[in-house]
Design a protein around this ligand. Sequence first.
Ligand code: AFP
Length: 334
Amino acid sequence: MRRRGLVTLNRFIIEQERNYPEATGEFTNLVTDIALAGKIISYQVNKAGLVDIIGKVGSTNVFGESQQKLDVFASDLLMRTLSFGGNLCAMVSEESDDLIPIPDDYPKGKYVCCFDPLDGSSNIDVGVSIGTIFSIFKRVTPDGGLGTIEDVLQPGRNQVCAGYVIYGSSTMLVFSTGAGVHGFTFDPSYGEFVLSNENIKIPPRGGLYSINEGNMNKWEEPIKKYVDWVKQSDESDGRPYSGRYIGSLVADFHRNMLKGGIFLYPGDRSKPNGKLRLLYEANPLAYLVEQAGGSATDGIKRILDIKPDDLHQCTPLIIGSKDEVEKFAGFMKQ
Ligand code: AFP
């Protein structure tokens, strides 16, 4: 096979777009803008321990959580980077209560983007991996004007692109446009994302389980039984599984996607819909995991089939290797 040499993110997207003669390049610009924001956030995250950038700014987001400086920075940066490219007609950010319009004087594009600018932000000041998650839809309202709520409240199966940037031991951009999941590692020496993980496939089975067991007393019986089951010994299916929980969704998801396993954030008695947000956490990761051969459900229903009715709604999320998610569903049906 002919070697392709060094494949930068831009070259990869341009090669992919060659298969779509109707492509206008708008989409390339959008992913490139997200990658640029990712590079800048990565730079800021890496020096978070060095400068006075971490710490609370005193404001609260829509969930009543206090925001940290780096969240606010990442959210503003994404808004500014994506607003002016002419590719979007509206945005949704975890850090903003309402739909974010494109400023008056700027062209309105045919896409909408929902993002969690810095997921896992309570881990910033302890040096743990965090990430930016994004989801892109084509608008459903007519081209030209501002986007509306209708454009963003689409079921996740309509996504045309989703991905995340993980700020970990290295910075990686992982995304899909519906033709497999591809990972790019940031090389700081020449400032480029370089293709490092082409066509990622999640193993169909895996021996890792990730759940916050501190919530156990609030879980319904099927969840307790499942977590008890993964801990029992059975050589035939590799149990007991190993518990791995970082508390930073992108990091937990990324590890399980590469190694195989299951991540669970179920509903419980105090929060029946769990904690994770459909539009900018569950949907994009569900899109990626399905592209990689895995599954994502709310315990019963496919995440990508949920029709949202609120920008910030939560959903239980069970995501990972196909067989593991199916096994969990079996417990829910009992
Ligand atoms: P923070 O952004 O407040 O750190 O929350 C992170 C998160 O949304 C997600 O990244 C984790 O998977 C999940 O919450 C962890 O929640 P618990 O602390 O309740 O386990």
